[in-house]
Design a protein. Structure first.
Length: 471
C-alpha cells in the first residue's frame, strides 16, 4: 500500500494541540501526555487484554515528519528520514538498522500499529534522538525536556509554591479546596506527596500525578485564592480575606447588582477588604476556563489575554501603579461577575484585554450604550452603569491612541457593544491585540507584547496622573 504521511502542521497534529489546550480529557478515557521541546500533547491509551498500548503514528506525528506502510505483516516506518520496522506479534523491532527488544509484542493495524507503553523507553530515544523519562503510573513522558520541579514553603499568611520554570495551570476552587492542574507543564515533585501545614486557614497540600496530568491540591477551612507572580514561577495560595464595610464609599453613584436588575430589589454594594488599598487599575483578561475565546492558530484567545495581562501588570507596577487582575489563571468568570468585581474594587480605571488574528496592531473600544435606563436613587441601572463615566472613557482611549502613535504602533478606536463595558462604573476601555501580518504566533512573542504593554502602561500612568491620586 502507498506511504501515508503526516506532519506537525497537519490537521491530525493540530487535533493533539487543541486537545491539550482544552485543558482536559473526556471522563474515564486514558491518556498519555508527552512533554517535548516543541510543547506537549496527549494521545489515547488503548487497553489490550489488560495491557496498555498506544498507536505509534499518534505518538510520533507531533514530533516531526512521519510515514508508514504495511508490507507482508510488517509496518515500515520512516521518521525524519530514519527507518524503523515492526512485525505483527513480534517483540523485536529494527530501529535505524539496530535490533530493539520490546517487553511485549507489536500489534499491526491499518494505520501502522500499536506499541506497549512499557516499550517507550526502548523505542523513543533511538527513534527521536531525545532523552527520555517516563512516569509510568501517571502516563507522563518527558522527551528531551527537563521536568519543572517545585518547592513549597509555608509563610504566616500563605502557602508559596516556587517552580524552576514558568507554569500555567488551570485553577479550580470549591469550598475549602483549591486545585492546580498541570496539563501542559512538565511538573514533577521529588519530595513528600502530602504535607500538613501549621496554618489557621490552610490545613495541608498534596501532590498527585494521574492520567497524563499533575495536580497540587490545597485543603483549608476557608475559601482559597491563587496569586501568580509576574514571571509565573511562583504561586501564592492565600485565604480570601475577610471583608468589612469600607469607611469611605466609592466615588460616583453605585451600579446596580445583577440581583437588583433581575428582581428590582435594592442591594447594598458589596464590601471590600478594609485593610488592602484599592488598585489604581484593574486588568480584565477576556475569556478563561471553559470559555476559550477565539481560535488563533494553535492558540486560544484566553491564553493570550492572560499572558498579556501579566506583561502589562508588570509594566504598570514598575511605574509604581497598583494593579489587579480580575483573573489570575485559567478560570471561568462570567461577564456580570467581571463588572461586579471591577465596580467594587474602587479602582480608577478598567482595561479589558482581547486578542484577534486580524486588523491593526491594537484596537481600542469604548462602550456603545443602549437607550438609557432609569436609575433608582443612588443606584445606576446595570446595563447603562457606564453612562456617567463615558466622557472619561473616551478621553482615556484618546490618550492610549496618542501614545501608541508615538511608539509607531497602528491603532483604531471606536465604540462597540462589547460587554462588560456597559456595566462598569468607572472609566473603562477594552484593548484588542491583533496579529501582525495575520500570523497568530506573533501574538505570543514576548517582544511584541512588551512593546505594546510599555506604550499602554505609559499612557495609563499619564491618565492616572491627570485623574489624581487613588482614594
Amino acid at each position: 500500500m502507498p506511504w501515508s504521511k503526516s506532519r506537525l502542521g497537519s490537521p491530525r497534529a493540530a487535533i493533539f494541540v487543541l486537545l491539550l489546550m482544552a485543558g482536559g480529557t473526556p471522563a474515564q478515557e486514558k491518556r498519555l501526555t508527552v512533554f517535548t521541546p516543541r510543547g506537549s500533547y496527549s494521545v489515547p491509551v488503548l487497553d489490550r487484554t489488560g495491557v496498555e498500548y498506544v498507536e505509534v503514528l499518534d505518538l510520533l506525528q507531533p514530533l516531526g515528519e512521519v510515514s508508514a506502510r504495511e508490507d507482508k505483516g510488517r509496518c515500515k516506518l520512516r521518521f525524519n528520514e530514519h527507518e524503523s520496522e515492526f512485525k505483527d506479534g513480534d517483540a523485536q523491532a529494527k530501529v535505524r538498522g539496530n535490533r530493539v527488544t520490546l517487553p511485549r509484542s507489536f500489534r499491526l493495524d491499518p494505520k501502522c500499529g500499536e506499541v506497549p507503553l512499557d516499550a517507550l523507553g526502548a523505542l523513543l530515544p533511538p527513534i527521536t534522538g531525545l532523552s527520555f523519562s517516563h512516569r509510568e503510573g501517571a502516563r507522563r513522558v518527558f522527551l528531551g525536556v527537563t521536568p519543572v520541579e517545585f518547592t513549597a514553603r509555608a509563610e504566616p499568611t500563605a502557602l508559596v509554591l516556587d517552580f524552576t520554570a514558568p507554569v500555567n495551570p488551570s485553577v479550580a476552587t470549591e469550598p475549602g479546596r483549591l486545585r492546580l492542574v498541570f496539563q501542559r507543564d512538565p511538573v514533577q515533585h521529588g519530595g513528600a506527596d502530602t504535607q500538613a501545614m501549621n496554618h489557621p486557614a490552610i490545613g495541608a497540600w498534596s501532590y498527585v500525578e494521574t492520567n497524563g496530568s499533575a495536580e497540587i491540591d490545597v485543603a483549608g477551612n476557608a475559601p482559597l485564592l491563587a496569586r501568580f507572580s509576574p514571571d509565573r514561577k511562583s504561586i501564592t495560595v492565600v485565604p480570601v480575606a475577610p471583608v468589612a464595610t469600607p469607611s469611605v464609599a466609592p466615588a460616583g453613584p453605585a451600579p446596580a447588582s445583577r440581583a437588583e436588575t433581575a428582581t428590582g430589589a435594592t442591594v447594598t454594594p458589596a464590601p471590600v477588604p478594609a485593610a488592602a488599598p484599592p488598585p489604581t487599575i484593574v486588568l480584565d483578561a477576556a475569556h478563561g476556563g471553559q470559555d476559550r475565546g477565539a481560535a488563533l492558530g494553535n492558540f486560544a484567545e484566553k491564553d493570550i489575554t492572560l499572558s498579556f495581562a501579566r506583561t502589562l501588570r508588570q509594566q504598570l507596577e514598575t511605574r509604581g501603579i497598583r494593579t489587579a487582575l480580575l483573573r489570575e489563571a485559567d478560570v471561568t468568570l462570567a461577564l456580570d461577575d467581571r463588572a461586579a468585581l471591577a465596580n467594587r474594587s474602587r479602582a480608577q480605571l478598567y482595561v479589558g484585554l482581547h486578542a484577534s488574528s486580524g486588523g491593526s496592531a491594537v484596537a481600542l473600544y469604548t462602550s456603545l450604550l443602549p437607550p438609557t435606563e432609569s436609575n433608582r436613587g443612588q443606584f445606576l441601572a446595570w446595563n447603562s452603569a457606564q453612562a456617567p463615566y463615558l466622557g472619561a472613557s473616551l478621553n482615556l482611549a484618546s490618550m492610549l491612541a496618542a501614545e501608541l502613535r508615538q511608539q509607531r504602533l497602528d491603532s483604531t478606536s471606536r465604540p462597540a457593544a462589547l460587554r462588560p463595558l456597559n456595566n462598569v462604573a468607572l472609566p473603562a476601555v477594552a484593548v484588542e491585540l491583533a496579529a501582525p501580518g495575520g500570523d497568530p504566533k506573533s501574538l505570543t512573542a514576548a517582544r511584541y507584547q512588551e512593546r505594546i504593554a510599555s506604550a499602554l502602561a505609559a499612557a495609563l500612568a499619564n491618565a492616572r496622573g491627570r485623574m489624581g491620586s487613588p482614594p
